[in-house]
Design a protein around this ligand. Structure first.
Ligand code: SF4
Length: 324
């Protein structure tokens, strides 16, 4: 496998009334062709801002990428023109958002919306693009796709809308799909079907996939590697089996402990991480996790740890060894 995406020391800030907010603070990771990466963490940890930075979709003002490099297929996306970037978006990198109702155009039929990127990026005429759109809707298991292509988004269920977004994303056979909380608004059985579908179509097309989620259960099944984020930084990264089998950062350990287990006594309370994610405009000193960390020592309040190797590609940013 060759490297498709390489993000180096990415820093994205927002200038707010409360001051300069470091939403993404020195994030580095890479992704191979056809690989699935899970970006995990609570709301506001920088997962979505990292994804929007890759697509150069950070609203300016107040947001701005202030440092770093984003190499995709050999070129730094932060160096290319807006016109070149428009060709990358939707064509080479597609994004699937959490709530398709806000991404789909309510006054355009679903079929036209799936067909449109094919006309723009692949110069297909309207008829050919619509024929292809129907095939794509069939691929994502929309029943009677030829008929349903003429429906409007409000005539689809939530699951069908999200399937349509996947077909739209796959239309131009992108090299990378970024799925931002793709199933959060759906019920559990539809979630599982959609994730299976997403995994299957990315496998069929050898497309790399970034799944952004707060749900570690989702990435356990679908991701090859996992980056755990907290307060704009990656605090633990590694192959999925290492993160689940041998977590070394207290935050990852807390996230894993908060996942409900099927065989758990239903009278037993869940085990959430105490406290709230920090206000990024007023981060604590030292390790940003220290006010919530049951392992914290004095050094944690003073110095911020960097990512360091645990074993192989497994890395963690923590002063202590949780195995001792
Ligand atoms: Fe907890 Fe300290 Fe490790 Fe931060 S550095 S996660 S506060 S033990």
């Amino acid at each position: 496998m060759s490297k498709l995406l390489e993000v180096k020391n990415l820093k994205t800030v927002f200038l707010t009334e409360e001051g300069r907010v470091k939403a993404v603070d020195g994030v580095s990771f890479d992704l191979q062709e056809g690989e699935t990466l899970g970006l995990v963490g609570e709301s506001g940890c920088g997962k979505s801002v990292s994804a929007l930075s890759i697509l150069r979709l950070i609203p300016y003002p107040p947001g701005r990428i202030v440092d770093g490099e984003i190499h995709f297929d050999g070129k730094n996306l932060l160096d290319i023109s807006e016109e070149e970037m428009r060709h990358v978006r939707g064509n080479q990198i597609a994004m699937i958002f959490q709530e398709p109702m806000t991404s789909l155009n309510p006054i355009m039929t679903v079929g036209r919306q799936v067909a449109e990127p094919l006309e723009i990026h692949h110069q297909m005429n309207q008829q050919d693009a619509m024929r292809e759109a129907v095939k794509l809707l069939e691929k994502v298991q929309i029943p009677e796709a030829g008929v349903r292509a003429r429906s409007y988004p409000h005539q689809f269920s939530g699951g069908m809308r999200q399937r349509s977004m996947i077909s739209m994303g796959m239309g131009c056979t992108p090299r990378l799909i970024i799925a931002d909380e793709p199933t959060t608004a759906l019920d559990v059985t539809v979630q599982a079907q959609l994730l299976e579908l997403l995994k299957q179509v990315t496998r069929d097309f050898n497309t790399a996939l970034v799944i952004i989620t707060h749900n570690l259960g989702i990435v356990a099944r679908y991701a090859d590697r996992v980056n755990v984020m907290y307060a704009g930084r990656i605090v633990e990264k590694g192959i999925t089996t290492d993160i689940y089998g041998d977590p070394r950062h207290p935050y990852t350990i807390g996230l894993l402990a908060s996942i409900p287990q099927l065989d758990q006594d239903i009278r037993k309370k869940l085990n959430p991480i105490e406290g709230q994610p920090p206000d990024l405009a007023h981060l604590p000193t030292g390790c940003a996790f220290h006010p919530r960390c049951t392992y914290a020592v004095d050094r944690c309040r003073l110095e911020s740890p960097r990512l360091e190797a645990v074993k192989g590609s497994h890395e963690k940013a923590c002063w202590i060894d949780v195995t001792q």
